[in-house]
Each structure stands twice: as C-alpha cells, then as structure tokens.
Design a protein around this ligand. Structure first.
Ligand code: SF4
Length: 414
C-alpha cells in the first residue's frame, strides 16, 4: 500500500440541487483512492482519472483548512470566529442566539462515499475526517456520511453535537447479507455485523442513519432471501430507512476487475452477468430489459412488507419552512417511483426541475403558488396541482397512483 500526502486546492463539489438519494448540496473527499478495495467500486473507473485506486491512497491533509475557507465563501459562519471577533461576547445569550438565527443556513455536506471512504484504515491514524467534522461542527453545518467502516464510531461525540446543532445522517453501505459473499466483494471493509452494530449505536444516540443497499449484484444479491435479510437486519438495527439500488459497471478497469472476481467465485453466473453489461454503456448501466429483478420495485415491496422506509430522510434547513422540504421530498419521491416503473427521462425530469425550484425558494411555498408571476408557474398544471395537494393534505394523487402501480406489479422474488 502506498500513501502520499497531497495539498488540496479546492474541496467542495459544485452545488447539487434536489439530490433524490441523500439530499446533499455539496460532496467532498479527504482522500483519493480507497483501501477497502470493493471489487464493484465505481471510483476505480478511468472516468475519475485515479490510477491504482486501491493501492495508492492520496491524503489531503490540508482538507479541514480548505473546507473552512470554502464554507465561509458559501456564507456559513464559524462560531469560533464570531466569538473571536467578540461580536457575540458583548451580547447577552438571548441576543447572541437571535443573531445566530439570522445567519444563513449552511448546506448539507457529504463528506464520504464519493470516490473514497472517509473512514478507510489510514484515517484511524491521520484523523483528517475527525478534523473535518470539527470544522463542520464549528460552522453548524449538517453532514451526510456514507461508509463501510465502524471507525465512524470513534467520532460519535462530534456527530452527536453536530446532530444536536444541525443534522447528521450516517449511512452504511451493506449489499450482501451473507458474510462470506460480502468478503469476496468488499475484502477490506468492516464485516457486516460491525456495521449493523455501529448503526444501532449511532441510532441509540439519536443520530440519523440507515442502510444503502447498493449495488445489489444481479443473480447474486437480488434474491428475495438476500434483500429481505438486509431489510430485516436494517430494521433490527434501528435504521430509519434502507435504499436499494442496482449495479453499474463502467467499461474498462471497473468491469474487468468485477468480472474477473465473479468468474473466479461464481463461474456458473459469470456469463449471465456479463451479458447484462454487454452494451458497454458509458455510465455502466445494464441492459434493463434483461435484468432478472427490478431491485427498486423489489426493494419497495420488501420494505413495505417489513415496515421500513425505502427512502432516505431529508434535512429541514433552519429558516426554511418545513412544508417546502415536504414538497421537495414528495416531488423527488414521485421521480424515483417513475424511474422504478420504467418511465422515460423526459417524463421524470419536470418533477426533478420542480423540486429544484422549490428547494431554491426560501420563502413560504403557499405565497409562491399564489403569486401568478412566480417562476413556479412554468411547471406543468399537473405538477402544480400536485404541489397544491401536498401543501393541503401532505400527499397527492400522482404519488398514490405510482405506489398503486408498484403494489400491483408481480412479485419478482426468486
Ligand atoms: S468503500 Fe466505497 S469508495 Fe471505498 S472501495 Fe468500497 S465502494 Fe469504493
């Protein structure tokens, strides 16, 4: 394993709006490359220009300092800095609280799960992620973490404080309930029981959290037995949700390594899996019509049966009316249900666009709807009616229809 310290020049991704999966606004990586070595990892694809992804780890040791600067540029304020500037020191605590309340809400930052795991083994020594969490705490910034390591528990104290002041959502990726199969595909990540135990401990400390069951590997992980076991274990670990998703295999390094491991360990399934990805799609999408199971539909059905949500929760940003968040969530929910049902992108996109417009609006949504000149007027009458209905009843016919369609589909369990 080769480790190299590098200087980051910038850290935060471009603004993400209305993210339907984790509801983050920016992502960042303190590391480039990941020692966990998952054989299905998208991060190793040529697309990301990271050579020797699993054996050469680059560490951005100046990441916390860069993050401070970038959060300030986004209009977030460091509590320490405010105190140092002695603005708050001269005020009584009530007045100080009022000033802090008027400060703009900070975006949700995803600090792990992009092209590296923020809790990979070297983090136990370097503590870059821990320093990043201290910055986020100081800036009262909500955080999202996607990891395969129970090392995240080391930072329980900071996560608890962040969650009390803003929001912390810690999600563990777990895709195969069978531990021996899991170790084939994720050789250096924490074993499943450690991840479920870590999730339970976080939840017992009132930190938000759930399971990301992605990628579900066709012909291996998409059995009813595996998906049901994951959903049951998630519920037993007090997860707030479990989200299922499929496997993408980008042509090149990612597909080659994955198929090599499948041929060695599941030789009787290799041909079937390979043919699903024979289209050489740039983004690694399979030939959907050939998939043995639609895991989004199957995940929805299993979650409903077991009594756990199949959708991650959304943070209500301070200063933004809660109803706006509900509307954004429901519009994104419609878009995901449409996707599960195979709707074409041009039908889904207007719902994503409307969610983006509502998310960008910081005032009351009712006033936006009542204002004939509002930008929201450009959405279709159907979406406008859906928004009206959500604001009045909390639900809408389109979403109910989508769920009825999902309920009526044949059970794809095998
Ligand atoms: S933990 Fe995530 S980033 Fe790391 S190798 Fe596995 S899939 Fe890739």
């Amino acid at each position: 394993m080769r480790y190299e310290s590098i200087k980051a020049k910038s850290l935060l991704s471009k603004r993400i709006t209305a993210d339907p999966w984790f509801h983050i606004h920016h992502s960042m990586n303190a590391y480039r490359g990941c020692q966990h070595g998952c054989v299905y990892c998208d991060g190793m694809a040529e697309h990301y220009h990271i050579e020797n992804f699993m054996t050469h780890i680059k560490m951005k040791e100046n990441a916390p300092e860069i993050l401070e600067k970038e959060l300030s540029r986004l209009g977030c304020h460091s509590t320490t800095q405010l105190k140092n500037e002695s603005l708050l020191n001269y005020l009584d605590s009530e007045e100080a609280n009022r000033i802090e309340e008027r400060l703009p809400p900070c975006p949700v930052i995803g600090i792990s799960g992009g092209v590296s795991d923020a809790y990979q083994p070297i983090e136990s020594k370097l503590k870059i992620t821990r320093r990043i969490l201290k910055v986020l705490l100081d800036f009262k910034t909500p955080v999202f973490i996607l990891t395969k390591s129970d090392l995240v528990l080391r930072d329980l104290d900071l996560l608890r404080e962040i969650n009390e002041l803003s929001f912390a959502n810690v999600v563990f990726t777990i895709t195969l309930a069978n531990e021996s199969e899991r170790s084939i595909f994720e050789p250096r990540a924490s074993p499943n029981p450690s991840r479920f135990d870590a999730l339970r401990e976080l939840r017992e400390n009132r930190i938000h959290g759930g399971i990301m069951a992605t990628p579900i590997i066709p012909y291996i992980g998409d059995t009813c037995e595996n998906m049901t076991a994951l959903a049951k274990a998630a519920k037993e670990s007090k997860a707030e949700f479990i989200q299922f998703g499929g496997l993408t295999l980008k042509p090149g390094r990612q597909k080659e390594l994955f198929m090599h491991v499948v041929r060695q360990n599941f030789p009787h399934k290799a041909q079937m899996i390979s043919s699903l990805y024979s289209n050489a799609d740039y983004y690694g999408a399979p030939i959907y019509e050939k998939l043995p199971v639609n895991v989004l539909v199957q995940g929805y059905k299993i979650c409903k049966q077991i009594g756990i949500s199949d959708r991650s929760l959304r943070h209500v940003r301070p200063g933004q009316p809660e109803m706006n968040t509900i509307v954004v969530s429901k519009l994104l929910d419609i878009s995901i249900r449409m996707r599960s049902l195979g709707y074409q992108y041009h039908k889904i996109k207007p719902y994503r666009d409307a969610a983006q417009r509502v998310e960008a609006h910081h005032g009351n949504i009712k006033s936006l709807l009542e204002n004939e000149d509002a930008d929201l007027m450009s959405v279709t009458p159907e979406i406008r009616a859906a928004i009206h209905s959500i604001t009045k009843t909390g639900s809408c016919q389109i979403l109910d229809d989508m769920k009825s369609k999902l309920d009526s589909l044949e059970d794809g369990c095998y």
